[in-house]
Design a binder for this molecule. Structure first.
Ligand SMILES: CC(C)(COP(=O)(O)OP(=O)(O)OC[C@H]1O[C@@H](n2cnc3c(N)ncnc32)[C@H](O)[C@@H]1OP(=O)(O)O)[C@@H](O)C(=O)NCCC(=O)NCCS
Length: 258
């Protein structure tokens, strides 16, 4: 598994701790977690264990012990009271992002291999207008599969959404606008939420796309005119960059962002 450095940690605000790794790590699992994952295939056991090691490190940086993180009824991870967080894993990458809920309302992170979606999946996750915008961006910036990025952003949106709202959010409930310089915005409309908007960052390193949605305290039900397009990219974030040759397999940091 190749090393991926600072994929998410370079795009989150300073209130967020990210631990990310490109290698699998044989960390500690609680007995209930071992029972939960015992019959899973090896790949799933490896990502499950590694991402919980990342969670232990990230929570430790905030001064918390890791709780038992057997997935909840809808797959959601548990966090200590006073903490918000999110997990992701894909081939070659695992990461956890956490913050104190005194500073951050919600976090969603997601990573995907930078590869095109099939037409069927694209139809499922993107509106015709979103698909058109992605195709235009991909033509202008050929190093990034913007349809895949759109999917990642919607996964991040869901991971931030579900722990707050406790209800399903469909792909059709969110309208995503991507800034090719590393930012994005999401407008959510559901029967319960007339119109809320969220802003986030994305990055692409060594063939892996990642998105992060960090909602600062008091920002969960933002309404009115979205302002993400005026948000400058995080200093140091280089969408579509490469870290070839990097030997470090694990990184934890607090990075100044928004
Ligand atoms: C839950 C979901 C978002 C996970 O995304 P994924 O790309 O398949 O998988 P990732 O590896 O990136 O993330 C998996 C982690 O997500 C987290 N997760 C799973 N369900 C979750 C939920 N309901 N709420 C918050 N986090 C959740 C878990 O920590 C999980 O890791 P674990 O199983 O080791 O504990 C996805 O499977 C899903 O159900 N999507 C449909 C809903 C959706 O995306 N709607 C779009 C809204 S705009």
């Amino acid at each position: 598994m190749g090393a991926v450095l600072r994929l998410l940690s370079s795009i989150v605000p300073s209130s967020v701790v990210v631990v990310e790794t490109g290698s699998d790590i044989q960390g500690h699992l609680y007995p209930a977690e071992r029972d939960y994952i015992a019959r899973a295939v090896r790949k799933r056991r490896a990502e499950f264990t590694t991402v919980r090691y990342c969670a232990e490190r990230a929570l430790g940086a905030l001064g918390y012990a890791r709780p038992v993180q057997v997935p909840g009824p809808r797959g959601e991870p548990a966090w200590p009271q006073g903490v918000v967080g999110s997990m992701t894993h894909c081939a070659g990458y695992r990461a956890v992002a956490v913050a104190l809920d005194a500073a951050v309302d919600a976090i969603g992170i997601d990573a995907e291999p930078n590869a095109p979606l099939s037409d069927d999946v694209l139809r499922l996750v993107a509106s015709p207008e979103e698909a058109r915008r992605c195709a235009l961006l991909s033509a202008q910036h050929p190093g990034v599969h913007f349809d895949c990025l759109l999917f990642s952003i919607k996964e991040s949106m869901y991971k931030a959404w579900f722990p707050r709202e406790g209800v399903w959010l469909g792909f059709e409930d969110a309208d995503v606008t991507i800034d090719p310089e590393g930012a994005f915005g999401v407008i959510v409309r559901t029967p319960g939420v007339e119109r809320a908007w969220y802003a986030g960052r994305w990055n692409c390193v060594d063939g892996i796309l990642a998105s992060s949605l960090v909602v600062p305290i008091g920002g969960w039900h933002r309404t009115g005119a979205p302002t993400w397009s005026r948000t400058a990219p995080v200093a140091g974030a280089r969408p579509c960059s490469t870290s070839a040759g990097t030997a470090v397999t694990e990184h934890s940091s607090e990075v100044t962002g928004e």
